[in-house]
Design a protein around this ligand. Sequence first.
Ligand code: SPV
Ligand code: MG
Length: 536
Amino acid sequence: MDQSKNLRQLLYNDELNFLMEAHNGISARIVSESQFDGIWASGLTISAAHGVRDNNELSWTQVLNQVEFMADSSDLPILLDGDTGFGNFNNMRRLVTKLEQRGVAGVCIEDKEFPKTNSFIQSEKQPLADPHEFAGKIAAGKDAQQSAEFCVVARIEAFIAGWGLEEALKRANLYADAGADAILVHSKKSRPEDVLSFAENWQRDLPLVIVPTTYYSTPVEFYRKAGISLVIWANHNLRASIRAMQEVTADIYNEKTPVKAEDDIVPVKEIFRLQQAEELLTAEERYLPEQNSGYRALFLAATRGEELETLTTDRPKTMIEVGGKPLLHKLQEQFKKFKITDQITVRGYKKQQIKASGMQFIDTEDYEGAGELVSLAAAREFLKGPMVISYGDIIFRQYILNNLLLEEGDIVLVVDAAFRETKPRDDYRDLVKASRSYSLNYTEEPVKLCRMDPTMPVEEADGEWIGLMKSSARGTREIVRILEELQKNSQEFRKLRFKQLINRLVEAGNDVSILYITGHWVDVDDLEDLSRAQDF
Ligand code: SPV
Ligand code: MG
């Protein structure tokens, strides 16, 4: 899109239009999501965002770089504050060429000397440029542009430097003669008298631009009546963000936690949205070969969950909706995020009700009163290579799966060390004793499982297994070996639960590692759990 043409229209149409300040890619995107007509890439705020002064401390290529990011992230025309053109007529030519190449719609230069000082700092001491030299710079810029639409705005600093209307008009006429596309008349007064008197006495058709930073309280109707074309709100986004950063920094320091501050800041998701992270995900699907983590997932979902009463008369609990989605679909999506796309679910109770696209299924008829190992044995053929095995009725925060996948070890169980708070009841829980209790002290030494025993006194337990584990190819082979051994040797194999398998693995000399978490998961066993899950 030709942004220069858009900027030109803002200058030349009969309406009063507005530019909003931005100083980097993200602020440019924010302005571009608003109803504003265009963007002012302010020299003051671009400098300040870099932590330097508005005295040409940034090099012109650094400014160019910044405005390129702004152009990339916005679909509005950008008028760059080009200070004094970063040198003489020759520097101005090169500036215009580069700005056009980077999709910047126009540039405004001011008739002061390089290096400039911001107009609000000791303004009366600031020397103005020789008007003829400056007019030559404008002419050189206009001659350098490739497209007819690119806009060069000449900014008059006569009022700023303590000169009067006459000097301002004389200079503006010279710059208009040199080919400027518009005149920006700047003032430091708290009322608009400079700019209004200028507008009244301006005889040419060339549009006028103003920057009401100090006379901001003037109703914009005055500008419309005076025939002004463009108003620039020159620094407000940076000023707003400075206040916000000061407040949040102080607040988090004082509170020693961001808990309070979180309510007043955007969620991280909002950053992703502004960065258009979604687009990259779609593009990845399109351009990258389908990726697979190497893990396969097995979900155990054969039981009904009768404690959930009428909710499970017509479907198994894995299909109960939490936050608008069946538990199994939530698990499925979560695993997909980690490129675990090879997924299988063991179904039993009301198996026809379990549907999930892209999911494979294995059915077992033996689920009523059976332990989990029957389901595991049903999935025997699938138990190959690196695996993640999960109960079909749990939900957990994403980081838990992430950390599990990163954890070393042939067999790793996720164990909740905060289990006493998580579920203060005494139904069946896979309590575990470990080589070491959960502690905040960092140590390289891995935590090993000693035994899993739901009957151990709660005070003795180091945590509760949440029903989520992973195994390496070697670990999976061991699981299969023990599973088959139990199948062969146990009289009541169908009653066996995970604890028997896990304890046998340990007894057989396998290291079963533990990844401690502290909450952030729910298993949906009864109605109380379900309401906790809905809040989750
Ligand atoms: C800027 O925003 O950098 C300007 C306007 O040039 S002023 O700060 O008022 O000089
Ligand atoms: Mg400036």
